[in-house]
Design a protein around this ligand. Structure first.
Ligand SMILES: Nc1nc2c(ncn2[C@@H]2O[C@H](COP(=O)(O)OP(=O)(O)OP(=O)(O)O)[C@@H](O)[C@H]2O)c(=O)[nH]1
Ligand SMILES: C[S@@+](CC[C@H](N)C(=O)[O-])C[C@H]1O[C@@H](n2cnc3c(N)ncnc32)[C@H](O)[C@@H]1O
Ligand code: SF4
Ligand code: SF4
Length: 322
């Protein structure tokens, strides 16, 4: 079992397979980064898998592939199959912007993917294009339909931004409710890479918008998930709210992150990371396991987003995978 320096059990590994993306979301990667990780620094699926096997053997039971945009990585279904075949009962999931899903959902499902979380910030083509800086909505909606059609478990992620898509919180909720899928509203997390002009909404403000139409009841969290669930009394629909500015979910943090170039990141907020690249390339499993143990021992207690001080992070979401 993997236990961190604060006594928390870590059983969730998020793997970013690329930092590249076909969108330029205002809150994540508004401009193309000055330089990408050079192709030769990317770990192959085989090398990433060497680490994943260690993590699974040590008790990781949930793996999420993310990015950047993970569907930009060629043959992602092959990687999904490698993980699935090693441990078929693993909770194997993907987070994506959905744009490439119409052509990839079936192969991912066939390879063993179980769940998919899709970012959907607006149902208006012009607003979606303003956020992603590309005309994306049609393909994303098609991608959501395709994921449902092939039998993947689907959730929607929305980041409400003041003056941009905040008027659509109820529209997105109704869109998800009509399809029987869960939406999670995510507080914008301030970071040095985002467009400095955007302003997120606090959890309380998001809930106020929903209360304009419905009576809601707070249910609690699903396991160690950062998402708090709320139930709409009028129709029983359950939605989630991820509000890191409270950061009380850090108390039960169960996750670490691995990037495409082999950086093992103990916390979404902080810059700290250690590389397992050399160890896995050389097939030195003991060295990789020792780095994992060290990263866990030094995992921070909590992030520094706060309801009052609002300290931004220098970490790029497109590198860690959110
Ligand atoms: N502050 C903080 N936010 C997180 C963390 N993990 C996820 N989030 C936020 O939640 C968003 C959605 O996460 P997803 O990639 O959908 O994964 P998830 O919430 O673990 O998904 P489920 O397994 O379906 O619960 C991320 O992009 C982050 O914005 C975390 O460890 N800390
Ligand atoms: C970094 S993206 C990677 C996966 C995929 N490209 C996508 O957008 O779903 C993962 C998640 O991070 C969220 N995210 C990115 N930047 C964020 C920020 N500054 N604050 C809150 N969530 C953010 C996105 O909305 C998305 O749900
Ligand atoms: S949030 Fe996802 S889709 Fe948007 S720029 Fe970041 S990585 Fe790309
Ligand atoms: S912000 Fe850091 S400590 Fe808190 S839940 Fe996320 S990874 Fe864990």
């Amino acid at each position: 079992m993997l236990i961190d320096g604060h006594g928390r059990t870590v059983n969730y590994l998020r793997v970013s397979v690329t930092e590249r993306c076909n969108f330029r979301c205002q809150y994540c990667m508004p401009e193309k980064p000055f330089s990408w990780v050079p192709q030769e620094n990317l770990l192959s699926f085989e090398d990433l898998f060497k680490f994943i096997k260690i993590a699974i053997d040590e008790g990781v039971s949930k793996i999420r592939l993310t990015g950047g945009e993970p569907l930009l990585r060629q043959d992602l279904d092959r990687f999904v199959k490698m993980i699935h075949d090693y441990k078929p009962d693993i909770d194997l999931a993907l987070t994506t912007n959905g744009y490439l899903l119409p052509d990839t959902a079936q192969a991912l499902r066939d390879a063993g993917l179980k769940r998919i979380n899709i970012s959907l910030d607006s149902l208006k083509p012009a607003v979606a294009a303003q956020i992603a800086q590309k005309n994306v909505l049609g393909k994303v909606l098609e991608g959501i339909d395709k994921a449902l059609e092939v039998g993947l478990g689907v959730k929607i992620n929305m980041v409400p931004l003041k003056g941009i898509n905040d008027a659509e919180i109820l529209d997105i909720l109704e869109y998800a409710r009509a399809r029987g899928i869960r939406v999670r509203f995510i507080e914008y997390m301030e970071n040095a890479h985002a467009n400095s002009e955007i302003e997120g909404m606090h959890g309380k403000e998001i809930l106020e918008r929903i209360k304009e139409r419905y009576t809601i009841r707070r249910l609690g969290r699903e396991g160690a998930s950062p998402s708090y669930n709320y139930k709409i009394e009028e129709n029983g629909y359950i939605f989630g709210l991820i509000d890191p500015h409270k950061h009380d979910f850090c108390e039960s943090c169960n996750r670490i992150r691995l990037t495409a170039e082999g950086h093992l990141i103990p916390c979404l907020y902080f810059d700290e990371a250690q590389s397992i690249a050399e160890a896995v390339r050389e097939g030195d499993i003991d060295a990789a396991a020792a780095i994992l143990a060290d990263v866990l021992a030094n995992k921070p207690k909590e992030n520094r987003w706060s309801e009052t001080e609002n300290e931004g992070s220098n970490r790029a979401f497109y590198e860690t995978g959110g």
